[in-house]
Design a protein around this ligand. Sequence first.
Ligand SMILES: [Mg+2]
Length: 279
Amino acid sequence: MVVTDLDGTLLDHYSYDFKPAMAVVGSLKRFGIPLVFNSSKTYAEMRYLQDQLGILDPMIGENGSAIYLPKARFYKAQSAWQDHGDYWRISLAKPREHWLQMLAEYPDQASILSFSYMGVQGVMNATGLGWAESERASQREYTEPLMPPGDPSKKESLVQYLSARGAVVQQGGRFMTVGDSVDKGRAMQALICLWQQAFQMPLRTLALGDGLNDIAMLQQADDAVWIRSPINPVPEGVRHMDWHITRGCGPAAWAVATGAWLGQYGPLLNSKSAKEHHG
Ligand SMILES: [Mg+2]
């Protein structure tokens, strides 16, 4: 199983291009190796990308808030799984409505400029994304991005209010995101358990990421690849791990690293499936 971050990893940091990775994605498909997105993105954003790559594999969305399992591979749902189109959804976090309610009760409403308040048009204006992309980014199920108040003391008060009520506030480039205490690593661990329950087969995992929020995910993997970022240095902690650090950046580096991993483990898979095929 290959578990991957999206922005800056499978997708180019600047252009969101993934073409350099297409050939290796094709090889994963031929070997029947699931390519799992593990991203801060929404279900709608990830499904759109899956359609472009022609895959229907498990996904982890909104920074570890939920696992999505394709019904095509997981026939029998467990009782806690929720029906979600082509997928089953397993929630690991409180829903977005919980945080929206908390924001609605904040005394200084003028300080709050959230995605739900802005609407799709507002998200377009704030991000520079097109209409369809803004709409997919707005279809959030577990987390709420906010434009932080410009006044630092107002921002501080808002963060304190939210933290005191159990929210985790993550600072992004432009937005701060309010949500539950989750991480990509715990969600990946839960997905591996579900996969092994369902298929009763040994599993080898490769994880790839480029950001601090990917470290917990890389720690869960048998093989881990740190994709070099064009803007940030490799964190000191990452240098000391037994992880492969790529020379290049983005999808081209992703393709080299995943291709090498596949070269190592793919032939084993191939001979195994060939044997099964011939009984
Ligand atoms: Mg990233």
